[in-house]
Design a protein around this ligand. Sequence first.
Ligand code: FAD
Length: 409
Amino acid sequence: MTDIQRSDVIISGGGLVGQTLALALAHHGLSSITVDPADPVATIAPGFDGRASAIASATWQMFEVLGLADRLAGHGCPIRAIKVSDGGQSGELDFETGEGDPALGTMIENRRLRLVLRDALADAPLAKLIMPAQVADRQIGPHGVTLTLADGTQLAAPLLIVAEGRRSPTRDAAGFSIANWSYHHHAMIGAVAHSKSHDRVAHEIFFPSGPFALLPLVDDAEGRHRSAFVWTVSERDGPGFAKLGDRGFTAELEKRAGDLLGTMELVAPRMTYPLGFHHSASIVAERLVLVGDAAHGIHPIAGQGLNLGLRDVAALTEVLVEGARLGLDLGDAALLARYQRWRGLDSLMVSLATDGLTRLFGIPGRTASAVRRAGLGAVQQLPMLKRFFMDEARGEAGDLPRLLAGAEV
Ligand SMILES: Cc1cc2nc3c(=O)[nH]c(=O)nc-3n(C[C@H](O)[C@H](O)[C@H](O)COP(=O)(O)OP(=O)(O)OC[C@H]3O[C@@H](n4cnc5c(N)ncnc54)[C@H](O)[C@@H]3O)c2cc1C
C-alpha cells in the first residue's frame, strides 16, 4: 500500500502566489505540499515570463519578514515618483515621495522573483514542492482533502488552497461562479535599455488606444539604464504590432515615450498577453480556498494584480497560523469564513476601481480627454486625495494583515 503524505495544507499551483504562500506558512511553522504541472526548470528560463512587477511597499515589508528582500538585494528598483498623463499632454499628475519616505513600490523582474522563491523554498523543509505533478484524482469531503497523483502518490490535508491562476481548473470544477469579461486589449510587455536615466520615475501615459507604462528597472551589469514597458493596444492591432521587427517595434516605443528616456534598444523577449477581468463571487468552499489570480484577475493598468494575490497570502497565513495556535482544524468553516470576510471585499474594491480606471481612460475623443485632464489636475491640487492614492499604490490602505505591516503573525 502507498504511504499517504500528510501536511497542514495542500497548495495546488506553484506560481508566484502559491510559492510565496508556502514560504509564509513554513516561516510560521505550518507544513505544505505544493503541486503544479509546470516543469520547474522551464519556469525560470529567461523566455518564460518576461514581465516585471511593481511590488507595493506593504508587500515588500512581507518580503522582508520572509527573508525574500535580502535575497532580492540589488535587483529591485525603488519607484521614487509616478507621473500620470493623458496622452502625454498637460494636466499631469505626479506622485512624488519626500526625502526619507518609503518608495511607492519596487520594480522586480518576475524571473528574479521566481529564482529567489526557488532558493528560499529549498531552505524551508516544511514547504515541499512537487513539480511537475499531474493530479489524477481529487477527493474533498467533510473530514479532509486527498489528492492522488498520476504516479500513485497520495497527499492528504485538512485544506486545499487553489493558486492555479486565472484559468484554474480546480476552481471551475468546484462550481464557483465567476464574473468575467474581456477588455479586447492585448498588453505587449518587455524591457528596453535606454540612453537617458529614468531617475527612478514610473510613467503611465494614457493614449486613447490604451495605456502605455514605462517602469524603472535597475541598470544592467554593463551599467545600461533599463525600463520595463507595458504597452496596451486593441486586440485588432495586437497581431500587427507583434509582427513588427525589433527595429520597427523600438521606433514605435520611442514615439510613444517621447523624449522621456532617449534612444532605446530591446533587451528582453517581448510577449503579448490578452487582458481580461474576472472575479469569483466567493473565495471559499468546503475545505477549499482560492488565492491570487484563481480568485481575481484585473487589468495591469495599476500594477496591482500580483500585489492583490500577495495580500491574500498575508491574510490567509494570519488566519491559518492563528487557527493552528488555537488547535483548530485548518479546514474549519469558521476560519475560512474569516478569510472570505477579510479578502472578499478588499479585492472586489480594488478590482472595480481598476476596471473603472481602465474604462475612463479608454474613452476616445477630445471631451473625454479634457475631463480626464481636469480630473488629474484636480487630484494634483488636493494633498489629501493625493495621499489617498499614494497609500493605495503602496498597498497601505485598508485592514492590513500583520505580515504587510512588516510583523510576524
Ligand atoms: C502584462 C501584465 C503585467 C502585469 N504587471 C503587474 C505588476 O506590475 N504588478 C502586479 O502586482 N501584478 C501585475 N500583473 C498581474 C500578475 O502577473 C498576476 O496577478 C500574478 O502573476 C498571478 O500569480 P498567481 O500565482 O496567482 O497565478 P499564475 O502566475 O498564473 O500561476 C498559476 C500557477 O498554477 C499552475 N497551475 C495551472 N493549472 C494547474 C492545475 N490544474 N493544478 C496545479 N497547478 C496548476 C500554473 O502552472 C502556474 O504555475 C500583470 C499581469 C499582466 C498580464
